[in-house]
Design a protein around this ligand. Structure first.
Ligand SMILES: [Zn+2]
Length: 424
């Protein structure tokens, strides 16, 4: 508009967003009000996801240890402190879609390996005490009484998992606001975190035959929905893929190039390409309720687990760079989108990173017009400046092209070229 108002419509969602001039330069994150000095060792016990409190979470399905991120599976309760987990995966104590949901609505029965794992875990006194304490917490929360054996199966065999990083605060932190966000990880650590999440996604999908989709997301800080300020991702198996994927599949049915035409070509035309590497490209997104980056895999693979190691790492490196450019104190949602295994049309793997810097309220509720304080061009400008600074400081993975270093060829998406086949 002549006064500088930018009206956008989300190409995949139809969401209407206005950016009103004069609001873009407000600070993204206010400094924390109560900053506390940490006592010696307190950095390892700030929340239930911390390294000295392993038994406050459910029995561990898997952990990565050491500089090579070696995987240890189903570490017994008595051994959890024998190694330090760089990343660990376990069932969410308070699931969005519960084990009971799959049992009651789909007749799902746990397979023999999970039943045997539960028996082994209960046979060990430390394991038994661990499960007893967790079962009591669940019983108090739900008001439903179950036997310890039943509770153990639910806690071990659920389909809503959490992947937690080692640090709550950065190594050597002196105060409790020196949080370890995804952007503070090294590119290698973030690569291991990402690849571990992709493997977990494949495992949950395989373990829950009634699931049509596994939602993958990362909520960072409380305004973005996180319970703890401790870096973690969540994976939730669901028995429908949700209206957004349904909508995209309808659009795809008559336009397989949807994402190329509506997102990538638009980004090139409007100079919204933020960064790229050999395997992924990042755009400043159009028509989002919150300032949002969209990182697309440029591979011909569709599902995350169909990507090569290099393909996963390419997506990880760009997502890592954008988390670093975002900063630690900005609440964010990271959402993964990909082709549901049963979907008929090719879809790319993309990761959307949203800055939760505003709170939709009565205006949005009444009009369904969303006011976003930062337009896509301003979002790109901020990100490009910060990425260049971070690259100069050696904080990014190698091989990232930033801003105008990117060419239209970087925005070429190959997801529809070899539909359904693995990327080798
Ligand atoms: Zn913690």
């Amino acid at each position: 508009m002549p006064d500088g108002t930018v009206k956008q419509i989300g190409p995949l969602t139809g969401t209407r967003v206005w950016t009103v001039p004069g609001r873009a330069h407000r600070p993204l994150a206010l400094p924390r009000e109560h900053v506390r000095r940490l006592q010696p060792g307190e950095d390892r016990r700030l929340c239930a996801f911390c390294a000295d409190r392993y038994l406050e979470t459910t029995p561990e399905k898997s952990r990565l240890v050491g500089p090579d991120f070696t995987e240890l599976r189903r570490v017994p309760a008595r051994d959890v402190d024998a190694t330090t987990a760089q990343f660990r995966r376990f069932g969410n104590l308070f699931e969005i879609v519960s084990a009971e949901y799959w049992r009651e609505n789909h007749g799902f029965r746990q397979p023999t390996p999970v039943i045997e794992w539960a028996q082994e875990y209960l046979a060990d006194p430390v394991g038994r005490a661990h499960l007893t304490a967790l079962a009591e917490i669940r019983e108090r929360a739900s008001g439903v009484q179950t036997s310890l054996e039943e509770a153990a199966l639910d806690l071990l065999g659920g389909s809503h998992d959490v992947v937690v990083a080692r640090r709550h605060v950065i190594d050597g932190a002196e105060t409790d606001d020196e949080l370890a966000s995804a952007g503070t990880l090294t590119p290698d650590e973030h690569g291991a975190y990402f690849a571990f999440t992709v493997r977990s996604l494949a495992e949950i999908q395989a373990a829950q035959p009634n699931a049509t989709y596994v939602a993958v997301f990362q909520n960072w800080l409380r305004p973005a929905g996180a319970s703890f300020d401790h870096l973690h991702k969540q994976l939730v198996a669901i028995d429908e893929q949700g209206p957004q994927v349904d909508h995209e599949l309808r659009l795809l049915s008559h336009d397989h190039d949807l994402y190329q035409r509506e997102i990538a070509d638009l980004a090139v035309r409007e100079r919204l390409v933020v960064a790229a590497n050999d395997g992924a490209v990042a755009f400043a997104g159009v028509g989002h309720r919150y300032p949002a980056f969209e990182v697309f895999s440029t591979s011909s693979a569709n599902l995350p687990q169909e990507h090569s190691d290099a393909g996963i790492r390419a997506v990880s490196d760009l997502v890592h760079a954008l988390h670093a450019a975002t900063g630690v104190h900005v609440p964010t949602n990271e959402e993964w989108h990909y082709r549901p295994p049963g979907a008929p049309w090719p879809m790319p793997w993309r990761v959307v990173l949203k800055w939760r810097v505003s709170n939709p309220a009565g205006f949005e509720g009444g009009t369904k017009i969303y006011v976003n304080t930062i337009d896509p061009w301003e979002l790109r400008r901020r990100a490009v400046d910060e990425l260049e600074r971070l690259r100069d400081a050696g904080a990014l993975a190698p091989g990232i092209r930033i801003g105008d270093e990117c060419t239209p060829a970087d925005a070429h998406l190959r997801y529809a070229e070899r539909a359904g086949t693995a990327d080798r």
